[in-house]
Design a protein around this ligand. Structure first.
Ligand code: G3P
Ligand code: CA
Length: 396
C-alpha cells in the first residue's frame, strides 16, 4: 500500500519538480549554499532551490504549537501558530486514566502544569519506569479527564523564555478532539486547510498498561473526518512497531521519527540490537518506506555538529530518503542561541535570539521537506527569504 502511494507521489513530484526547477532557475542562489553530499553538485551561483519530494517549499510544522510564545500544547499555542501561518500544528499525545488522548509531550506533567500546586493530588505523586528510565512526578494515566481539566498549563522553559510565564495558569490541557476541532474551525475561518501532525508518545508503555494509543488516534481522526489518505495529517512516532500497526489501521500519512542517539524503545524492549543509526542506512530507509511516508530526523542526523557546536558536513540522509520516496521533516528549530549551532549564535546571552534564518537556510540547502519549529513566524520568514523571490535574501 505504501509503495504504491510513493510511486504515485514520486511521479507527480517529478513533474512538479521539473516545473519548479524551470521556474526558479533564474533566481539567485541561497546565500549559504555550498558543496554538500546532500546537495546537487551544481555550483551555488547556478543552483535552483533544492528539490523537496513534492517540489514545493518545505512545510512549517508548529512544534507543540507556537511554543516559543505560549506554554506548549495548549489551544492558545496552536491557535497562535495558525495565526502565524503554520501549515501543520503538532500535538504530542498521551492517554488519561479513562482512555482520552490529551496533548502533552510526556505523560509526566510536573514541568508543564501546575499539578504540584494541587494538594488534592499530592498523593498521586509517584515513581514509574517509562521506556527504561525511572521518573518521579504525576502521570496523565493516573488522572481522569475531568481531573486533568482542573489543572492549568505552565511554561516548560521559564528561564529560557521568561516572557511566556505570564501565560502560566491560563490554559487547560486540551484533548486531541479539541485540537482537531480547533484546526477544523480555523481552517474554515481562514479558507485554507491547516494540517495536524500528532505524535504517539511512549506507545509500548501505554500498550503495557492497557491504554494503547493507536486505535484511539485513528478513532479521533475518523470522528473528525480526517482519517483519509488525502487528509492533511501525518502521524509520527519514535517507535517502529506501532507505526507498522498504524499502517494497517489507517491510510493517513506516517512518519518515522529518528533520533541522533539510542534506539526505538520497542527495539530495546524486545532485545533487537538495531539503533536509530541503522534506520537511516539505505537498507533501513527502504524498510521504513514499506510502512511510512517519511522520516522525522533530529537535525543532527542530517548535519552533525562538532565538539564546538559548529555544523559539519551533511550526512546524505536526505538524499537517501528521497531516493526511496520518503519525505524528510527535521526537528527541532529554535531561535535562541543556546539551541542554535555555534555558527549562528549572536552575542553571548544563551537566551538571546541568534541568526536562525541561516540555520534554516543550511537545512533548506540539503532539501528538507519540512521543519518542526518552536517559532512559527521565524520559520515562515526563513522560508520566504529562501524560496520567495519577492523576499529572498539579497546577495551581499
Ligand atoms: O515530533 C518531532 C519532534 O517533536 C520530536 O521531538 O521530543 O519534541 O516530541 P519531541
Ligand atoms: Ca513531538
Amino acid at each position: 500500500m505504501r509503495t504504491l502511494r510513493f510511486q504515485t507521489r514520486r511521479a507527480r513530484a517529478g513533474a512538479a519538480i521539473a516545473t519548479l526547477v524551470t521556474s526558479t532557475a533564474m533566481l539567485a542562489a541561497p546565500s549559504t549554499a555550498g558543496a554538500q553530499s546532500d546537495s546537487p553538485a551544481t555550483p551555488a551561483a547556478d543552483q535552483a532551490r533544492p528539490d523537496t519530494v513534492l517540489g514545493k517549499a518545505p512545510l512549517v510544522i508548529a512544534h507543540r504549537g507556537a511554543s516559543g510564545y505560549r506554554p506548549e500544547h495548549t489551544l492558545a499555542a496552536y491557535k497562535l501558530a495558525i495565526q502565524l501561518g503554520a501549515d501543520y500544528v503538532e500535538p504530542d499525545l498521551v492517554s488519561t486514566k479513562d482512555g482520552v488522548l490529551v496533548a502533552r509531550h510526556e505523560n509526566e506533567i510536573s514541568t508543564t502544569t501546575d499539578v504540584a500546586d494541587h494538594p488534592e493530588f499530592a498523593d498521586r505523586r509517584t515513581t514509574k519506569t517509562i521506556d527504561g528510565v525511572a521518573i518521579t512526578g504525576w502521570f496523565t494515566e493516573d488522572f481522569t479527564l475531568v481531573e486533568l481539566k482542573t489543572l492549568r498549563a505552565v511554561e516548560r522553559l521559564p528561564t529560557e523564555r521568561p516572557a511566556n510565564t505570564r501565560y502560566d495558569g491560563l490554559y487547560q490541557i486540551p484533548t486531541f478532539d479539541e485540537v482537531l476541532a480547533l484546526v477544523k474551525k480555523e481552517s474554515a475561518k481562514r479558507g485554507r486547510t491547516i494540517g495536524v501532525y500528532p505524535e504517539t508518545k511512549h506507545p509500548t508503555y501505554f500498550r503495557s498498561i492497557e491504554l494503547a494509543l493507536n486505535r484511539r488516534v485513528v478513532r479521533d481522526l475518523r470522528q473528525a473526518e480526517m482519517n483519509r489518505a488525502r487528509s492533511k495529517v501525518f502521524i509520527q512516532s519514535f517507535e517502529t512497531s506501532n507505526l507498522r500497526h498504524l499502517n494497517r489501521l489507517t491510510n493517513v500519512k506516517l512518519v518515522q521519527l529518528v533520533n541522533s542517539t539510542g534506539a526505538p524503545y520497542n527495539f530495546v524492549a524486545t532485545g533487537d540490537p538495531r539503533t536509530y543509526a541503522d534506520l537511516v542506512t539505505a537498507a533501513g530507509l527502504r524498510e521504513i518506506a514499506t510502512y511510512a511516508d517519511g522520516i522525522g530526523p533530529n537535525k543532527d542526523v542530517l548535519i552533525p555538529r562538532d565538539a564546538g557546536g559548529f555544523l559539519t558536513q551533511p550526512t546524505g540522509v536526505v538524499s537517501r530518503a528521497h531516493r526511496v520516496g520518503l519525505v524528510v521533516h527535521a526537528f527541532t528549530f529554535r531561535d535562541e542561541n543556546q539551541f542554535l549551532p555555534a555558527d549562528y549564535r549572536i552575542g553571548t546571552d544563551p537566551n538571546a535570539k541568534g541568526d536562525a534564518f541561516s540555520e534554516y537556510a543550511r537545512f533548506f540547502d540539503i532539501g528538507v521537506d519540512g521543519v518542526f519549529a518552536d517559532y512559527t513566524d521565524t520559520a515562515i520568514e526563513a522560508r520566504d527569504l529562501y524560496y520567495d523571490e519577492d523576499t529572498e535574501r539579497q546577495a551581499s
